[in-house]
Write a protein that binds this ligand. Sequence first.
Ligand code: TXA
Ligand code: MG
Length: 317
Amino acid sequence: MTILQASQETIRAAGAALRGGALVAFPTETVYGLGADATNGRAVAAIFAAKGRPRFNPLIVHVFDLDAAARLGCLTDSGRQLAAVFWPGALTLVVAKQPRCPVADLATAGLDTIALRVPAHPFARALLSAAARPVAAPSANRSGHVSATTAAHVEADLGERVSVILDGGPTPIGLESTVVDATDGEPMILRLGGLAQESMERVLRRPLALARDAPGRPASPGMLARHYAPAARLRLDAGEVRAGEALLAFGPTVPKHAAATINLSPSGDLVEAAANLFSALRALDAAGAQAIAVMPIPHWGLGAAINDRLQRAARSP
Ligand code: TXA
Ligand code: MG
């Protein structure tokens, strides 16, 4: 891991590292982000591994400007109204994904929606420009820890789990961005943050509802979000394939005679498996599978999050 003082040269190098699939921590005006090329499923999986996240929460995808955002997501009128005033800035908009959105399924946790943000910090902007692609970035801290607001915090928390830390000094806002669900005409705040509710209400000229999962307790947007659930029935920890079943395989030794087989990782690599998970489920659905046998996935590393996701998918009707 290297800590780089931001300069034209180091930002160019950090942009190249991102394009090469490495993790780069960078300052935004809210908190430091742990960035990866959003179009590279493996790089996105490495974010979850580095954070030690127990679940695949959807990540915020950072882009340089409104045009880049509109290529990835379908901006609604309310979304455009907010973006016109608060981008670049501490606003994250959740909107429907564009049909041909190149962002990896894992970055959006398999959802049909995408969280987009145009950051204002000059180093973040320079990095996005150098990387020339969307950058998925959660806050640059280990799961369960508070968000990092200095390069030293990032280093203390993530250490060798990150390739490059771009040091831009302390982040000016120090609070995460405000997340607004703008998928339809009834925008709703999913997470309070660095952009005040009142400022947005003035622009929209209406009160904004706040998503809550219980009285007095703010909802966790990642949990509220309806994750992608396959139409097919899932049978977990399958040692064999039954008649008519498709197979979601893992590792080198794969049962034969499945209606269709997708191997999450023939070499048994959990990072690769995570990167392939959501697109594999979609592909087996598209192949018309009614039932999917899922081979056992080890429970360590990203395996815990993969199993969490599979168990949810297996439970959903
Ligand atoms: O300030 C910030 O927002 C920082 C900087 C780096 O941009 N990022 C950040 O990311 O805090 P993260 O991953 O820690 O938080 C992302 C939030 C989560 O609450 C997640 O559930 C929500 O955004 N989110 C992302 N995609 C979503 C989606 N499609 N639907 C609903 N919520 C979503
Ligand atoms: Mg966070």
